[in-house]
Design a binder for this molecule. Structure first.
Ligand SMILES: NC(=O)c1ccc[n+]([C@@H]2O[C@H](COP(=O)([O-])OP(=O)(O)OC[C@H]3O[C@@H](n4cnc5c(N)ncnc54)[C@H](O)[C@@H]3O)[C@@H](O)[C@H]2O)c1
Length: 261
């Protein structure tokens, strides 16, 4: 067996969802810098921002990126994004399920104030949407013989987080979906893992939390500083690449040692 080069993402094709958030945009530029080609997706109403991001990422190279507007809860739209990978780049090796309802949670609310509609939306996007992407991508990933799926969960499902019961439950479900998908898709060489970020100091988090809460989260870490999107890049790119091919069904916590699992 050839020893894989751990930094070799050259010419891998990646489907990345939620690209216009601060974290998704960081993954996009990390992938194209590493030589991967990216089908970058977000909601259709994020088309302008998405097109700007893929133009910048392609200009920086060496990888190329294209934008496809699609809602991950819409199976046909998701299929269009997967088909774009084949048409533009000849196939698909990796999927990063990063899209979620997070910034748009609209603030913290006690669970007794949440409505069924709140739960429906968050579970539909964060869990069913993630499943839709896995479902559409699985056959093309299998054809590559070295498929990788990285689902973005969150450490909140370990500690809980007041004010976000539906979001926390959705991220716990993502971990369960990861394990089941790993069991089903491993036979075709596809690995499925979760990356579980701690509280990232990005635009979305700042809309939802106070400075004091962010400072408290930073102090609770073994590495006591603010977490930034760039802190996630190593874990996500490694799990998307050839070197992690015998790691599957796992959740990798990236939070500077806030929780140990
Ligand atoms: N920021 C944090 O502290 C933090 C911590 C742990 C986990 N996460 C996770 O990391 C990921 C990125 O977080 P972020 O801070 O950039 O959040 P964000 O809310 O800014 O970005 C989420 C992206 O998903 C997109 N999206 C939402 N609904 C969609 C749908 N139905 N179809 C397609 N796209 C949709 C949004 O348009 C947005 O671009 C999310 O999965 C989030 O849950 C974030």
């Amino acid at each position: 067996m050839t020893i894989p080069a751990i930094d070799s993402l050259t010419d891998r094709v990646v489907l990345l969802t939620g690209v216009t958030g601060d974290i998704g945009a960081t993954y996009l530029s990390a992938f194209t810098r590493a030589g991967a080609h990216v089908v970058a997706t977000d909601l259709p109403n994020a088309e302008d921002a998405g097109q700007r991001l893929v133009a910048d990422a392609t200009a920086a190279g060496p990888g190329r990126a294209v934008f496809v507007g699609c809602d991950i809860t819409d199976g046909e739209g998701v299929q269009r994004a997967v088909d774009t990978a084949t048409k533009e780049f000849g196939g698909l090796h990796s999927v990063v399920n990063n899209a979620a309802i997070y910034r748009t949670l609209g603030g913290k609310r006690p669970l007794v104030e949440l409505t069924e509609a709140d739960w429906d939306l968050v579970l539909r996007v964060n869990v069913i949407g993630t499943w839709q992407v896995i479902k559409a991508a699985a056959p093309v990933l299998a054809a590559s013989g070295q498929g990788r799926i990285v689902n973005i969960a969150s450490v909140v499902s370990r500690n809980g987080a007041p004010g976000f019961a539906h979001y926390v439950a959705s991220k716990a479900a993502v971990e369960g979906l990861t394990r089941s998908a790993a069991r089903e898709l491993g036979v075709s060489g596809t690995t499925v893992n979760s990356v579980s970020p701690g509280l990232v100091d990005d635009g979305a988090t700042r809309e939802l939390n106070t400075d004091e809460y962010l400072a408290m989260a930073a102090r609770a870490r073994a590495i006591p500083r603010a977490m930034v999107p760039e802190d996630l890049v190593g874990a996500v790119l490694w799990l998307s690449g050839p070197a992690s091919g015998f790691v599957t069904g796992q959740t990798l916590v990236v939070d500077g040692g806030g929780v140990f699992v």
